[in-house]
Design a protein around this ligand. Structure first.
Ligand SMILES: [Zn+2]
Length: 565
C-alpha cells in the first residue's frame, strides 16, 4: 500500500465539494450510487493492472475500453453523489457517502493513472530544493525528487545502488570499512535534503511549513493518535517508553551508525542462503494455507518478478472488489506486485506482509462504500504485519525455512528495524513541536541515548526515508502502527491460541471478528471492540523484553511464561 500526497488530496476534496454544490440530475438512491461507485473502482483497478504490465487486456477488453468505462462511470458517480439528498440519512449511510466522496478526491481522480506505483521521473527538480522562494508544495516535490535522483543512485564501488539496496547491504556486508564507505556515499543525498544544516536549509524550511500547517489543521501525529483512540501526549510517552526498553536490552557499548544495521542483522545473514528467490512464494502459500487462508483458492494474482519499467516498490491492490451480483457474492480479486531479484529474510517478511494486505482485501464482505482495507494509514499496515512478524520466530523458521536462529537474534533483527521507525516517529514529533530545533541535534540525542549510536551531528543521516520530506509526520504511522501490530498479535493468541506455525482457525476467526467490516467503522472503534479495551503498548514492551540480557530476563520471566507461545 502507499499513501497519496496530502496536499493533492485536499486540493481534490475542494474540487469535489464544488462539483457537489449544484445538483443537476434527478434524485437517486444510495444503493444505485454505490453500484456506480463499485463500477468506477473496478474500472480503475483494471486500468492500473493493465498499466502495471501484467496483462494487455482484461475480460476481453483493452485499456482504451477500460479507461473509457472509468471516465463514464466516474462522471456518473460525481453526478450521483451530487444528486443524493443526505438530510435524512442514517449515520451509516452518511459515512458511506463521506467515504465515497473522500475516495473520489484521493484515488478516483480525473486522471488517476499517475500514481506512486508509476510516478514518472522528476526531471532534475532536486536542485530546486535550495531555492528560497519555493512554497511548501514545490519544496516537498523538489525534495522528493532528491530521493529519486540521488537516493536511487548511491555510488558504491564502481556502480550505483538504490537506497533500499544500500540499507540491505549495510546489514549484510562483513567488512566494516566497506560499510563505512557505503554509509558515507549517502552524503550527497543528505546535503541535498539538509544542506550543511544551516537554519534555512531545505529540510528546516520544510519543517517550518509543516509546523504551521499542523498548528492550523492538526498534524499527522494528532490524526494517528486519534485513529487509535489516544491523545498525542500519550503517544509520545509510548514512543519514549518503547525506545527506553530497547535501550535497556541493547549491548552497552556504542556502535558507529554504519555498523548499526549490521549489528542487528544476524538473522538475515544466517538465513539468507536458506531462502532463495524461488522459495518466497511457496513458503507464503504453505504458511497462509496453515492459517486457513489458501492463497490459490482466494484467486490472488502474483506479479513478483522484475520487468523493465515496473514499479520499484512492492504493493497490493484490488483488481476488482467483491460484491453481490443478483444475490450471489462475486469474490474480490487482489493483486500483489513486487520486483524480486533475490531471496532473503527481509524480502520474505515483505511478501508475507503484502499477502497480509491481500487476504485482508479478500475478507471484506460489505456494501461497496466500505469495501476497503483502511480509511487511515495505520490499521491496514499494522494488520499486514500481524503475520509478517512471524518470520522472525525461530519455530516458524524451523518449520518453513528449515533453519533457525536463536530467539534473541531473531527478535533483535526484527526490532532493529521496528525501533528505527519508532525513533523516526519521535524525531518528527519533536521537530513538529519545535520546528526551529536543529534536526541533526534532535536525531543525535535520540540515537545516541536510545540506540547507543556514536554521535555524528555533522551528518544529516536521519534522512534515509522519503516520507520525512514528502509527508512530514507520516512516520508515526509506522512507529505507532507497530504498537497496534504487537497488541493485535497478543489478543489473537489469547483468543484462539498460537498462530506462529499455523492455526486453521486464524483466517475464519480474524475475518469474522476484525476484517469483514472493511471501513464501516472508525479505526478507534473497530480496535476497541475487537480488543475489548483501548490499544496498549504493553504487548510490544513485553516482546522487546524477551531480548533482554540475562539479568533483565530473570525479572521478566513471570510475564514471559504468561505470554509464551
Ligand atoms: Zn503495506
Amino acid at each position: 500500500m502507499f499513501a497519496m500526497g496530502r496536499l493533492y488530496f485536499i486540493f481534490m476534496l475542494a474540487s469535489v465539494a464544488a462539483a457537489c454544490a449544484a445538483p443537476t440530475t434527478k434524485p437517486v438512491s444510495i444503493g444505485q450510487v454505490e453500484e456506480i461507485y463499485a463500477d468506477t473502482v473496478d474500472a480503475l483497478g483494471v486500468v492500473t493492472t493493465i498499466d502495471s504490465g501484467l496483462y494487455s487486456t482484461y475480460d476481453g477488453k483493452n485499456r482504451t475500453a477500460w479507461e473509457q468505462r472509468y471516465k463514464e462511470k466516474r462522471k456518473e458517480l460525481v453526478d450521483g453523489l451530487a444528486a443524493l439528498s443526505i438530510d435524512h440519512f442514517s449515520a451509516l449511510d452518511s459515512r458511506a457517502v463521506m467515504l465515497m466522496r473522500a475516495n473520489l478526491g484521493s484515488n478516483l481522480t480525473e486522471n488517476p493513472y499517475v500514481s506512486a506505483s508509476n510516478t514518472p521521473s522528476s526531471d532534475g527538480k532536486c536542485k530546486d530544493a535550495s531555492r528560497k522562494d519555493l512554497d511548501s508544495a514545490a519544496l516537498g516535490e523538489a525534495l522528493y525528487s532528491c530521493f529519486e535522483e540521488l537516493g536511487n543512485r548511491i555510488p558504491f564501488e564502481n556502480r550505483f545502488v538504490t537506497r533500499v539496496s544500500a540499507m540491505e547491504l549495510l546489514a549484510r556486508t562483513e567488512d566494516p570499512q566497506r560499510r563505512k564507505a557505503l554509509f558515507l556515499a549517502f552524503v550527497p543525498l543528505w546535503e541535498a535534503i539538509n544542506g550543511h544544516n544551516e537554519t534555512d536549509s531545505p529540510y528546516r524550511r520544510t519543517m517550518k511549513f509543516a509546523a504551521a500547517d499542523a498548528a492550523a489543521d492538526g498534524s499527522r501525529i494528532d490524526t494517528a493518535a486519534r485513529a487509535i483512540g489516544q491523545q498525542t501526549a500519550d503517544v509520545e510517552r509510548w514512543l519514549e517508553q518503547i525506545l527506553d526498553t530497547w535501550r535497556q536490552v541493547l549491548p552497552d557499548h556504542p556502535v558507529e551508525p554504519w555498523n548499526y544495521l549490521y549489528a542487528g542483522g544476524d538473522a538475515d545473514r544466517v538465513l539468507a542462503a536458506a531462502i532463495p528467490l524461488a522459495a518466497l512464494l511457496p513458503i507464503n502459500q504453505r504458511y497462509y494455507h496453515d492459517l486457513g487462508a489458501d492463497l490459490k483458492d482466494l484467486g490472488i494474482l502474483y506479479d513478483i518478478g522484475p520487468r523493465p519499467g515496473k514499479a520499484p516498490l512492492s504493493y497490493t491492490n484490488y483488481v476488482t472488489m467483491g460484491r453481490f451480483i443478483k444475490g450471489t457474492w462475486r469474490p474480490t480479486i487482489a493483486r500483489v506486485s513486487a520486483s524480486y531479484t533475490d531471496g532473503g529474510l527481509g524480502l520474505l517478511n515483505e511478501l508475507v506482509h503484502e499477502n497480509g494486505h491481500a487476504v485482508h482485501y479478500c475478507a471484506i464482505h460489505n456494501r461497496p462504500a466500505f469495501m476497503d482495507i483502511g480509511a487511515d494509514d495505520i490499521f491496514d499496515e499494522a494488520f499486514a504485519d500481524v503475520t509478517s512478524w512471524n518470520v522472525y520466530d525461530p519455530a516458524w523458521q524451523r518449520k518453513y525455512v528449515g533453519h533457525e536462529v536463536s530467539e534473541s537474534a531473531a527478535l533483535r533483527s526484527q526490532y532493529t528495524m521496528v525501533t528505527l521507525d519508532v525513533a523516526w516517529a519521535l524525531f518528527e514529533m519533536r521537530m513538529l513541536h519545535k520546528p526551529d530545533a536543529d534536526p541533526n541535534g534532535v536525531w543525535t540525542d535520540i540515537t545516541s541515548h536510545y540506540l547507543h549510536i556514536v554521535p555524528h551531528p555533522e551528518l544529516s543521516w536521519w534522512a534515509l526515508r522519503v516520507q520525512l520530506v514528502s509527508d512530514p509526520g507520516f512516520m508515526i504511522n509506522y512507529g505507532l502502527g507497530s504498537v497496534v501490530t504487537a497488541d493485535l498479535r497478543r489478543h489473537i493468541r489469547e483468543s484462539i491460541g498460537p498462530f506462529n506455525t499455523g492455526n486453521l482457525r486464524w483466517y475464519p476467526w480474524i475475518s469474522e471478528n476484525l476484517l469483514r467490516f472493511g471501513t464501516e467503522r472508525e479505526t478507534a472503534e473497530l480496535l476497541r471492540s475487537f480488543l475489548g479495551r483501548p490499544v496498549s503498548p504493553e504487548a510490544m514492551l513485553d516482546d522487546i523484553r524477551r531480548i533482554a540480557p540475562d539479568s533483565l530476563r530473570e525479572s521478566s520471566s513471570a510475564e514471559k511464561s504468561k505470554n509464551s507461545r
